[in-house]
Design a protein around this ligand. Structure first.
Ligand code: PLP
Length: 414
């Protein structure tokens, strides 16, 4: 038996840092596998993986195959093939955000960009600002560099709007210690599905300006917006404040397995210039990303006629599935639910007192055991009283799964 990570670190096998590297969203996978092996079917509502439900469009698959047939199987330009970089530049141009070739760095998913950012900015004891609830990888990558979070909040009772006053207070208090390096926002948001309003973005920019923070905006769901919401990129309002836009092919281009992300650093200031150089070095250090996938994603972005069709049909279906999920969960008196405007997650709050669970980990474990529905507890997002449901499966699957969750709550309520 290999030693457990923490024990191994103590025994001097692995670094202490390595004990933080984990994916809590998948923490029930072993249990789900055990249930499957026992012959029962598990309904997986825990992983935001669109191609499982919406096949990657054929024109993108064809472009991947073409790249392979043309022998594009070697390392590519480390910061991204010129074709993909050009495609990313035109995409942002359409948004009204001008970029040059050096402003774009292609990564192995946004996940690799998060690793680059934290490794480049954070030494032990350095700080960064996160907003709770946060996407789990942000905290994991920060703590893996032995950094600490200055925590802001989004408020469920205010439709998950950012608590700017609370954030200012947390930052004023943090003035006693090391100055935080960056502030991370997600728009549209995982796990709440909130689309950040322009007014809020402006306030965040003001805060970043005041405290000398680099703005990092993860906009990986920026085309998955519905229910009359509109997306604004932080790039539209950042002005002279140094900022990094994170995006990629996984969600908007329905190709999580390609592992293609991109960082865009549009600023003309000194910090942005330094970030471009630094992240270019990070790209060079790992040689290349997945070359044929770069060609496929270049085509996915550039063929706007095909993409517009594909994204419209996916977003229409997602809107229906998310709204159905919310409607069904609203029938459950032990949950408080908000209606998302983007992405494809629903993040209800549990009435723990009535349900008699210690936290959502205990709740999701029991739901999996008794109902064979795999959900994600709220703790990986910093909210132990919530759970996350992925509203991507077809409507009949969602109905069945949520019926089971609602029945489970009825049975356990006291
Ligand atoms: N950022 C957010 C907010 C996510 O929800 C996810 C995946 O679910 C990622 C990043 C990971 O993206 P990628 O597949 O590009 O690594």
């Amino acid at each position: 038996m290999p030693a457990k990570p923490e024990r191994a670190a103590k025994q001097g096998i692995f670094s202490h840092k390595s004990t933080h590297v984990q994916n809590l969203i998948l923490e029930l996978n072993d249990m789900a596998d055990r249930i499957r092996r026992s012959g029962r079917k598990v309904m997986a509502l825990h992983r935001g993986d669109p191609p499982v439900y919406f096949p990657t469009p054929q024109y993108v698959i064809d472009a991947y195959i073409k790249a392979l047939k043309e022998g594009r199987t070697g390392y590519s330009r480390a910061q991204g093939t010129p074709e993909l970089v050009d495609a990313v530049i035109s995409r942002y141009k359409k948004y009204g955000i001008p970029l040059g070739e050096k402003d774009v760095i292609v990564t192995a998913g946004v996940s690799e960009a998060l690793l680059f950012i934290n490794n480049a900015f954070i030494d032990r004891g350095d700080r960064a600002v996160l907003l709770r609830p946060y996407y789990s990888q942000y905290m994991m990558r920060l703590t893996a560099e032995e950094g600490d979070a200055v925590m802001g909040r989004m408020l469920m009772e205010k439709d998950w709007r950012i608590d700017i006053n609370g954030l200012r207070k947390a930052l004023a208090k943090a003035k006693e210690g090391r100055r935080p390096k960056y502030i991370m926002i997600t728009n549209p948001h995982n796990p709440t599905g909130t689309v950040t309003e322009r007014r809020e973005l402006k306030e965040i920019v003001d805060v970043a300006n005041e405290y000398g923070l680099v703005l990092v905006s993860d906009e990986i769901y920026d085309e998955i917006v519905y229910n009359h919401h509109t997306f604004t990129s932080i790039g539209h309002v950042a002005g002279g404040v140094p900022h990094i836009l994170l995006n990629g092919s996984s969600k908007n281009f329905d190709s999580t397995g390609f592992r293609i992300g991109f960082m865009a650093i549009p600023g003309t200031d000194r910090v942005s210039e330094a970030m471009r150089e630094k992240f270019s070095e990070y790209a060079l250090a790992r040689l290349s990303v997945n070359t044929p996938a770069e060609y496929a994603v270049a085509e996915a972005i550039s063929n706007t006629k095909e993409h517009d069709k594909a994204i419209k049909s996916m977003v229409d279906a997602i809107q229906k599935r998310v709204n159905l999920t919310v409607d069904l969960l609203e029938e459950n008196p032990y949950l408080t639910v908000t209606r998302p405007g983007g992405a494809f997650y629903v993040f209800p709050k549990l009435d723990m007192k009535s349900l008699g669970f210690k936290d959502s980990r205990e709740f999701t474990t029991a739901v999996l055991e008794e109902e064979c529905v795999q959900l994600t507890g709220g703790s990986p997002f910093g909210e132990p009283d919530h759970f996350r449901i992925v509203a991507l499966p077809p409507e009949d699957v969602l109905r069945d799964a949520i019926d089971r969750v609602n029945g489970f709550c009825e049975r356990h309520a006291r």
